[in-house]
Design a protein around this ligand. Sequence first.
Ligand code: ADP
Length: 167
Amino acid sequence: MAKIELVLGDITQMDVDAIVNAANESLLGGGGVDGAIHRAAGPQLLEECRAIGGCPTGEARITKGYNLNARYVIHTVGPIWRGGQHNETLLLRHAYVNSLKLAQKHGLKSIAFPNISTGVYHFPKQSAAQIAIRAVEEFVTKNPLPERVVFVCFDQENYNIYREILG
Ligand code: ADP
């Protein structure tokens, strides 16, 4: 079964087969982790994203990683928190699971996730972490790939929440 790791840091620096981008439905870039990934990957990433033409919430799309250490970027769109009664939990779970499915389909051994939806999309961090960890643990229990999953927390608060749950 896959090894699940926890890191406090910048996902653009990760040495993994794919890093996951918490994108928006346009896939045309934005702030937060999305902006950081596009800056680090270079302008060709935006070109490839433009050609894809968008991604609905909960789904995922794969591109090359260009100037990143990671060979691929998996772009997924987490839900915007609108109080919790708008399918946010299921959509966040889908964002993780569909990213993992795409990694598996491409034979990828290692993948790094940011804390999807917990920035400008305002998903409560504690429940987002529980959903993320549960989705990943269930997936890796049933599937041989990926072999290594890294949760990359950019802020200390998320890192502490993950450390508590992961033990
Ligand atoms: P969303 O729109 O899904 O909320 P954000 O980019 O606003 O996306 O935030 C998602 C998470 O990514 C936040 O927890 C934020 O702290 C984190 N983040 C921002 N920059 C980076 C980075 N360079 N590496 C990893 N995580 C990052």
